[in-house]
Design a protein around this ligand. Structure first.
Ligand SMILES: C[S@@+](CC[C@H](N)C(=O)[O-])C[C@H]1O[C@@H](n2cnc3c(N)ncnc32)[C@H](O)[C@@H]1O
Length: 511
């Protein structure tokens, strides 16, 4: 597959590996409403934040929407949008790799971009996500008016590049039917089944039984379908449909047959199309008005309209799904996700994480009525936790820091062994779980309630018995046990099918 080369590519494609796993530290005063909804607002560089999320959310995110800096060389108030091309690619590559790991198998990623980097982005995403997972490039008609001061063209659109994590599995939801579509349905013959529209009775697909002559109700003989076409149904089926008043011959009964399609029988909605008009999904002015309505002094220059995000989330998610935006800006994705009953994680490194996103999401919890609120019947509720990036989980030599709490160490041990997130049981157990026929145990931080010096962190006959007790019933396979020390001999470990690993030294950061 052709790939893109840029100055620092070789370093950039390995950059994600050297990013430290950091702790996310909650800032309770900045959270709001029901903290246990799972919604997270994180302030920090998204490279660190995405890596911090990995042991807990790998493979869990249904939809990622990001709107990274477009690299347009314009002076922006809130962030440096003036990166060189290589720098921009260097910035995007490791983030896209981490985002891919966070996506669920049936998930998708949507990246808003324009002509400055859009085509480079496509090539890089082909490489990171696999070209076969490319879904489409949506064109968003973002401008309401022509910019007559433009030097060359007045730019009307942005792109949204869409990739599935696995295109064999991912399917888009249909969109609700529009009033315009429904307006095409009429009822000129007062059919008791209600409004209908008619479709061609002939098609190009070869159909052996679809070449007969038809006599219409006015007595005119139609020798056969138009040249190169076939009737869609056999002569017998036509008679059956006609008897059921499902064929339209025109007002005077002298036309070619057409098939009646009743609105009441139309299944589902609308297949999404690739051009999104601002009349349906909003434009840049609308987005700016939305943020100003939240705060009259707002100066955030590049928000997206809520309706645009509503369209993305309608196609890509269902209620309860997890949505991630790691370039959160003014908080649009999170606000829309919440109003649509989805869970969200939003990451923003600028001050506006606190000056825009936090107050906006608090207003949403309080029932804010701008943007899509009316359409989504939003009445308020829910909540979120606010986090900042904390210390790194592993020290300079790659070993886990000894002061880490049991659930954090458990998540990292589990993730480094099996590569997917650990589900924290209630109550906590020294057995983290079983994967591919092997159980994983962790003796750490007094998990056994032992108040002795080593706090039950040593593998002994007694602590092993507690681990065995906590194993799923009937489990007889091998066990990897992490602990401070093992008091069992190598022969006993072999006999017990135990691989012992020492904390903190054997818990290594994995890319
Ligand atoms: C174009 S804006 C996103 C606007 C957003 N879609 C909205 O509706 O408000 C891009 C945002 O990404 C943020 N950003 C840029 N680099 C980042 C990074 N490395 N980590 C986290 N946020 C970053 C910027 O601060 C800026 O707010």
């Amino acid at each position: 597959m052709p790939t893109l080369r840029w100055l620092t590519r070789d370093d950039d494609i390995r950059a994600g590996e050297s990013v430290p796993y950091r702790l996310l530290e909650e800032v309770p005063d900045l959270g709001c409403g029901d903290r246990d909804t799972g919604n997270m607002l994180i302030r920090g560089d998204n490279l660190d934040a995405l890596k911090a999320l990995l042991p807990f959310y790998a493979g869990q995110v249904k939809c990622i929407f990001i709107d990274p800096p477009y690299n347009t060389r314009s002076a922006f108030e809130h962030y440096d949008d003036n990166l060189e091309h290589s720098q921009w690619l260097a910035m995007m590559w490791p983030r896209l790799e981490l985002l891919r790991e966070l996506l669920s198998e049936d998930g998708s990623i949507w990246v808003s971009i324009d002509d400055n980097e859009g085509h480079y982005l496509k090539v890089v995403m082909d490489e990171v996500f696999g070209r076969r997972n490319f879904v489409t490039t949506v064109i968003w008609h973002k401008m309401f008016s022509v910019k007559n001061s433009a030097q060359y063209f007045s730019e009307d659109h942005d792109y949204v590049s869409v990739f599935a994590r696995n295109k064999d599995v991912w399917r888009p939801n249909e969109l609700p039917r529009s009033e315009k579509q429904d307006a095409m349905y009429k009822n000129p013959d007062n059919d008791p089944r209600g409004l209908w529209t008619s479709g061609d009775f002939s098609a190009r697909n070869f159909y052996g039984a679809g070449t007969y002559a038809i006599t219409n109700p006015a007595g005119r003989v139609i020798a056969g379908p138009p040249p190169g076409m076939y009737w869609r149904f056999s002569k017998e089926k036509l008679a059956e449909l006609d008897a059921d008043n499902r064929i339209w011959w025109g007002k005077d009964g002298n036309g070619v047959p057409r098939l009646k399609r009743f609105l009441s029988e139309v299944k589902g909605g609308r297949v999404p199309q690739t051009i999104w008009q601002h009349a349906e999904v909003g434009h840049t002015q609308e987005a700016k008005k939305e943020v100003v309505a939240l705060d009259a002094n707002d100066v955030f220059t590049t928000p997206k309209p809520e309706r645009l995000l509503q369209r993305v989330l309608t196609i890509a998610t269902n209620p309860g799904d997890l949505v991630l935006d790691s370039f959160l800006g003014s908080g649009t994705t999170a606000a829309v996700a919440q109003k649509m009953g989805r869970r969200y994680i939003g990451i923003e490194m600028g001050d506006h994480a606190e000056t825009h996103c936090q107050p906006r999401l608090q207003k949403v919890v309080d029932g804010e009525q701008g943007g899509i609120s009316e359409a989504a019947n939003w009445k308020g509720g829910g909540g979120f936790r606010f986090y900042r990036l904390g210390a790194s989980v592993f020290d300079e030599t790659g070993q886990i820091r000894p002061d880490i709490e049991f659930p954090v160490l458990a998540a990292h041990v589990w993730f480094s062994e099996v590569r997917f997130p650990w589900s924290k049981p209630d109550p906590l157990s020294p057995v983290l779980g079983v994967h591919d026929g092997r159980a994983y145990g962790l003796l750490y931080n007094g998990i056994l309630g032992d108040k002795s010096v080593s706090g039950g962190n040593v593998l002994t006959r007694k602590t092993l018995a507690v681990i065995r007790d906590a194993l799923p019933e009937g489990f007889a396979g091998p066990i990897t046990v992490y602990g401070e020390r093992s008091a069992l001999s190598d022969v006993s470990l072999l006999h017990e099918q135990i691989t012992f690993k020492q904390t903190p030294y054997d818990v290594k950061a994995r890319a």
